[in-house]
Design a protein around this ligand. Structure first.
Ligand code: EPZ
Length: 420
């Protein structure tokens, strides 16, 4: 198993290129199940979750080539509609094949994703919506077995909660359904918007893109002529590098960002005393004279993303005062707190609210990564800590951050990947 050894206290400088968004790429790859021809996707991040989903498609009988940031996927040869436990258990986002497989083949079996380090994460809303579209769903031996032999039919879906992959699953299912589907209380994340746009470019009539009410006219079972396209930049990777600049109080430039996608992150950083120069798709962060405490409540887009909560907690350790961080989306997304304490953090936890008392002098420590974003918070704290830290179990990081140590080292950090 790999771990990262980080010598803290280095100033960063220079440029970092932001990769394609993992959470946009995953539904887009799944959506190729709906396509009538091979599709080439560019700007894919080179991270493990992408390889896992391509492997799942391969298991279903699809073929693909994958080199660097580009993959060409041909789903015309799919001859199985069973997403097995051994893959789904390694990546919850495998559930994204449920909607498109059912819509195209009228039958599929997808292993039920279990809970994970950040919460229970049920998929009841995905299943209820598909049932409303005429699917017959049973759970047997740990699998979701979904049947719609005559195809799915359009319906009005009202999501009780805003769900990102739930909205994506229903968008893909609706694209091949008979008639019109309206999704009310839909997710508005940029990743959902790109999926809508690609479906629209494939000839599907979609209204309300980027709003909480989306209407999709299905093809009635016909596969779609999907164009080649490039994945949008990763707003969470961008936010994480902004935090790397901030926590080392360094000036660095991010290249290839869509600034409006990270507006809520910039707002919070400005409140903390950091300043930015935005030039097209480049963003430069300028150091703060004094880091101010902050109040954060996570919410759905365009609110402050839960996927940046852990990184901001690391940054808040250096603030001159008490920060309050409230996690509203996931019930157990504070696993990084006990690890941050190993660096010397003073954090009080009560339910879903963390009180971070700063400023703290951080010292290098051995820490354990627990989930993807929690791991990046530990790397950030290690960059700011005095001395050497070892971040263990970094397979979590490899799921979602492309070349993390190379990118950080190019900025002047001292990070080495070692084997346990
Ligand atoms: C997506 O997960 C992301 N994953 C997550 O990114 C992200 O944290 C999350 O959205 C919130 O922004 C991908 O896009 C692949 P949800 P998702 O369904 O879709 C509850 C990362 O680090 N809910 O929007 O699984 C759920 O428990 C990850 O990259 C139900 O109750 O999240 C949560 O409280 C981790 N029933 C809330 O809704 C359901 O059927 C929002 O979850 C579905 C969700």
């Amino acid at each position: 198993m790999d771990f990262l050894r980080i010598v803290g206290g280095k100033k960063l400088s220079g440029d970092v290129q932001i990769s394609g968004a993992k959470n946009a790429a995953l539904p887009l790859i799944a959506s190729t199940i709906l396509a009538s021809r091979p599709v080439t996707i560019d700007n894919l991040p080179n991270v493990r979750d992408i390889k896992t989903l391509l492997k799942l498609l391969d298991n279903l009988g699809a073929s693909f080539t994958h080199e660097g940031s580009q993959a060409t996927i041909d789903t015309s040869s799919i001859d199985s509609t069973v997403a097995t436990y051994d893959i789904v258990r390694t990546m919850r986002a495998s559930i994204l094949v449920l909607g498109p497989l059912l819509a195209r083949f009228g039958h599929c079996e997808v292993s039920l994703p279990g809970g994970c380090a950040i919460g229970q994460r049920p998929i009841d809303l995905h299943l209820k919506a598909l049932e409303q579209m005429g699917a017959d769903i049973t759970i047997k031996s740990g699998y979701v077995i979904a049947e719609a032999p005559k195809g799915l039919k359009g319906a009005t879906i009202i999501f009780d909660k805003i769900t990102v992959t739930g909205t994506e699953n229903i968008l893909m299912a609706a694209a091949l359904a008979h008639g019109k589907t309206t999704i009310i209380n839909a997710a508005k994340e940029p990743e959902v918007v790109q999926l809508c746009e690609v479906l629209q470019q494939s000839g599907i009539k979609i209204e309300g893109i980027g709003t909480d009410e989306i209407t999709v006219e299905g093809t009635g079972g016909e596969t779609i002529a999907m164009p080649d396209f490039a994945v949008i930049p990763d707003r969470i990777e961008a936010g994480t590098y902004l935090c790397a600049g901030a926590i080392t109080n360094s000036e660095i430039r991010l290249r290839g960002v869509i600034p409006e996608h990270i507006e809520s992150i910039l707002v919070k950083m400005r409140q903390m005393g950091f300043d930015f120069t935005i030039d097209g798709s480049d963003i430069t962060i300028h150091p703060a004279k004094s880091i101010q405490p902050v109040e954060i409540v996570t919410s759905e887009y365009p609110g402050f993303p839960t996927d940046m909560q852990a990184q901001f907690m690391a940054l808040a350790l250096l603030a001159n005062g008490t920060s309050i961080i409230e996690e509203r989306l996931f019930e157990n997304r504070f696993m990084h707190v006990s690890e941050l304490r190993r660096f010397g953090a003073n954090i009080q936890l009560k339910g879903n609210i963390a009180t971070v008392i700063g400023p703290t002098k951080l010292y290098g420590a051995d820490v354990m990564a627990t989930d993807l974003r929690a791991s990046s918070a530990l790397v950030l704290a290690a960059l700011a800590a005095e001395g050497v830290s070892n971040v263990h179990r970094i397979y979590h990081l490899d799921r979602g951050y492309e070349n993390l140590e190379d990118k950080l080292n190019a900025l002047g950090a001292d990070v080495t990947r070692l084997k346990e």
